[in-house]
Design a protein around this ligand. Structure first.
Ligand code: NAP
Length: 316
């Protein structure tokens, strides 16, 4: 267990308890590595803020996001994963064993580290956005689009994600209105063309969403035209916020290789980061798929790779 005076060295510490971290924990625990899993401020990760998950294999009737994560956690616990709460505030990856320092000063040392700190959707930060999350406000069209059959909905953002989400959502929705704060899109030409050609997609330019209306679910939006200052209201039953994601990698800046948007670099086809003994799994190293099932898959890879490394070093 983490302690302010670390007397022992853990085999594996996993930071993050989303699908990637908990799958890594199941595999590492079943390999008798007695892993420690660090739960931060959002135990269970992004799935805990979605409602029904209908695309996770093995659940033909669907499953609620929080319940799915509770099941992952129980499975990891069953094989001996130890859970500790706390915010890791600093890591020293320059020397093995690696050292983790928690916000309250505790420290832990570990031979192998699995980073599964995920990514966070960026949110607009307006009133009612958080309150109506999962009740009409979503950050993931793949997860929630299905619930908006024949409805009028809106997407905020002007990048590739917004175009991709808007286009995907036309499979279900009656209409999709893209609301963008400027009058030109940031998205690639190909994605723009696809969205412009889609008869179900409309655009509102130079406009921000200033509030979300509705008591128990989304009933409409308050809009503000940024050029004229004019306010208006719009009736929609869903709002998809697609203004980008940011990987939770601030802790590792300067110690691990990252791409230009901050996602951890991993050796292709593996979970190995730029430092031996440090592995990355899930959204923290994946800006392409960002699905629970792919996160779980890479969590499995990370645990197997960590186990093989420890075994080759004779430390397990
Ligand atoms: P992005 O390119 O950073 O675009 C974010 C969009 O959201 C921008 O249009 C931005 O407006 C807007 N925005 C940011 N903050 C906002 C706020 N507070 N309120 C309102 N609007 C806000 O992010 P992304 O679309 O997620 O794409 C990220 C990266 O992934 C890009 O490199 C993209 O090419 C890539 N990607 C690729 C694909 C694909 O090829 N299939 C799919 C998705 C993403 P401004 O334009 O005014 O800054």
């Amino acid at each position: 267990m983490p302690d302010s005076q670390p007397s022992s060295v853990e085999n594996i510490i996993i930071i993050g308890t989303g699908p990637a971290g908990l799958t890594a924990a199941v595999y590492a625990a079943r390999a008798n590595l007695s892993p420690v899993c660090v739960e931060g401020t959002q135990p269970g990760g992004q799935l805990t803020i979605t409602s029904d998950v209908e695309n996770y294999p093995g659940f033909p009737e669907g499953v609620m996001g929080p319940e799915l994560m509770e099941r992952f956690r129980k499975q990891a616990e069953r094989f001996g994963t130890r859970f500790v709460s706390g915010d890791v505030q600093a890591v020293d990856l320059n020397q093995r064993p690696f050292t983790l320092t928690f916000a309250d000063g505790r420290q832990s040392k570990t031979r192998a580290l699995i980073i599964s700190t995920g990514a966070s959707a960026k949110w607009i930060g307006i009133p009612n956005e958080r309150r109506l999350m999962g009740r009409g406000v979503s950050g993931c069209a793949t997860c929630d689009g299905f619930f908006f059959k024949n409805q009028d909905i809106a997407v905020v953002g002007g990048g590739d994600t917004a175009m991709e989400e808007a286009t995907f959502l036309t499979r279900f929705a009656k209409s999709v209105t893209v609301i963008h704060r400027r009058d030109t899109l940031r998205a690639s030409k190909a994605m723009q063309d696809k969205a412009f050609k889609n008869p179900k997609i409309k655009f509102i330019w130079d406009t921000e969403v200033s509030d979300i209306l509705g008591e128990n679910d989304v009933q409409g939006l308050k809009l503000k035209n940024l050029k004229t200052g004019e306010s208006s209201e719009m009736k929609v039953t869903g709002l998809f916020v697609a203004i980008g994601h940011q990987p939770n990698t601030g802790l590792f800046q300067g110690q691990l290789q990252m791409n230009e948007t901050g996602y951890l670099w991993v050796e292709p086809g593996t979970s190995k980061t730029s430092r031996a003994g440090v592995f990355a799994a899930g959204d923290v190293a994946d800006h392409v798929y960002r699905q629970a099932i792919t996160a779980a898959g890479t969590g499995c890879m990370a645990a197997i790779e960590a186990e093989r490394l420890l075994e080759s070093e004779g430390s397990h």
